[in-house]
Each structure stands twice: as C-alpha cells, then as structure tokens.
Design a protein around this ligand. Structure first.
Ligand code: ADP
Ligand code: ADP
Length: 228
C-alpha cells in the first residue's frame, strides 16, 4: 500500500534528514516508526502526504507514484493526526468531525450522522460531547476527535505523528487500547510515529527502528525486542 524506493530528503542546509530509505507497508498493516528526536520520522511521514517532497527516490501509495498526483487529491486518501490536533475552535465536536465529508460533497445530514458514529468509534458519546467546543474537552478527548476527523473521509491510509504524545501516561495507555480496538475494526494502513519504544511495541504489527535518517531494523515487535 505504501512503498518507498531509495528515498532521500535533504533540507536546504544539505544534511540528509532521511537517506536512501526503502520499505513497504502492506494494506491494513500498522507500522510504528520509533527512534530518537531528529532521526527523520516526521520527514518520512510528511513525504507520504506531500507536505514535503523527496530530493531523490520514489514513493507509491496504492500503486500510484505520488509525485504525479495532485497533493489535494492525495490527501483525501490519507488521514493525518498530529500531536496537537488543530480543531476548528468555533465549531462543535460534531461539526469538526463532519466538516471534511461535507466539503467532499456528502450531504450535511449524512455527514453529521457519520460523524456521530465515528465519535462513538473513538470512545466519545456524541450525545454528551458532540455539542461541545474543543476548549471544553480534555487533551485526550481532543486527540480522539482528531482521530475521528481523520477517519471521516474514510481514507485507506492514516498517518499518526505522536498522536498521544501530549497526554499523561494513564490517558495515553487508554488511548492506545482504544486505538487498537478501533484499528481491529477499520483496518487502515497506518504509519505511527512515536519516540516511545513501549508504545511502538504495543501498537505495531511491525516496527521501523530509526537512527540518523535510516531504518536500522524493520521487523515484528518480538524480533525487535530480541526474542529467539
Ligand atoms: P524526527 O521526526 O525523527 O524528530 P525530523 O524528520 O523532524 O525527525 O527531522 C530530521 C532532521 O531533519 C533533523 O536533523 C531536523 O533538524 C531536520 N529538519 C527537519 N525539518 C527541517 C526543516 N524544515 N528544515 C531543515 N531541517 C529540518
Ligand atoms: P478564526 O478563529 O481566525 O476564524 P478558524 O476558526 O478558521 O480561524 O481557525 C482557527 C484555528 O484552527 C487556527 O489555529 C487554524 O490553524 C486551525 N485550523 C483551521 N483550519 C483547520 C483545518 N482544516 N485543520 C486543522 N486546523 C485548522
């Protein structure tokens, strides 16, 4: 579903942020990208939805070379959740979730009905939380809305960049469990960035272990942890 072929990204100062990266992620697979700060994880993610373009190499999503795709069209197939999700502050939780499908042409009533389903799917009660505004939610609840909104256009691919990084450890564990449950239902192809090896192990079908712009190991959690 996602394929990197010899991808290098050099920022203007010349140092490669990622260097000759090649890997594949299968349809429905959840791959965690783990490694210290500054080793190229976010750069990898941003190249998938063309927030940045590689200096060299080729990236395919669903068999298509994304360099030839309109970035706006591409992003309809790719949900994106970041550490501090930017919700529309003057729109309710339900409207935040329904906006994207509505913009894509889904009728307002259907978009709102679907949004309510998605809120339930991420563990929010639409009757309780749907009419609230983002500032009336906890950090963990806002991240859930971010996930619901990313799923609203039903994209086959999800990019998640430290989505649970800004909440306390107890809430984080809760969100991880909810996300695993959700993923078992929706089966998206997921790239999930974290600097927390425990999170990488819990969530990943496979783990890409980063160091200095390269993937040093790309394996199932048990193998990464050194099990025989
Ligand atoms: P990570 O997500 O693993 O923390 P990043 O992909 O953000 O790593 O960064 C990889 C490297 O690229 C780092 O050395 C970082 O300083 C550099 N970098 C990231 N974004 C830019 C940018 N816009 N301009 C120049 N260098 C950047
Ligand atoms: P204003 O309050 O100036 O009318 P908005 O309510 O449109 O502006 O947006 C305010 C905040 O919401 C900004 O910080 C912006 O980055 C964020 N925002 C706007 N559009 C989006 C979007 N599509 N996705 C995520 N965040 C957004």
């Amino acid at each position: 579903m996602i394929r990197f072929e010899h991808v290098t990204k050099r920022y203007p100062d010349g140092t490669p942020a990622v260097d000759d990266l090649s890997f594949e992620v299968a349809e429905g697979e959840l791959v965690t990208l783990v490694g210290p700060s500054g080793c190229g994880k976010t750069t990898t993610m941003k190249m998938v939805n063309r927030l940045i373009d590689p200096t060299e190499g080729r990236i395919e999503v669903d068999g298509r070379d994304i360099a030839a795709e309109d970035p706006v069209e591409l992003r309809r197939r790719i949900g994106y959740v970041i550490q501090q999700v930017g919700l529309f502050p003057h729109r309710t939780v339900l409207d935040n979730t329904a906006t994207v499908p509505h913009l894509l042409g889904v009728k307002r009533g259907s978009a709102r009905a679907r949004a309510a389903e998605l809120l339930e799917l991420v563990g929010l009660d639409p009757a309780v939380h749907g009419d609230r505004y983002p500032h009336q939610l906890s950090g963990g609840q806002r991240q859930r809305v971010g996930v619901a909104r990313a799923l609203a256009a039903d994209p086959p691919v999800l990019l998640m960049d430290e989505p649970f990084g800004a909440v306390d450890p107890v809430v984080r564990e809760h969100l991880q469990n909810e996300f695993l449950r959700l993923q078992s239902e929706v089966r998206k192809t997921v790239l999930f960035v974290t600097h927390d090896i425990e999170e990488a192990v819990r969530l990943g079908d496979r783990i890409a272990v980063y160091g200095e712009g390269r993937i040093e190991q790309f394996d199932a959690p048990a193998t990464v942890l050194g099990a025989p």
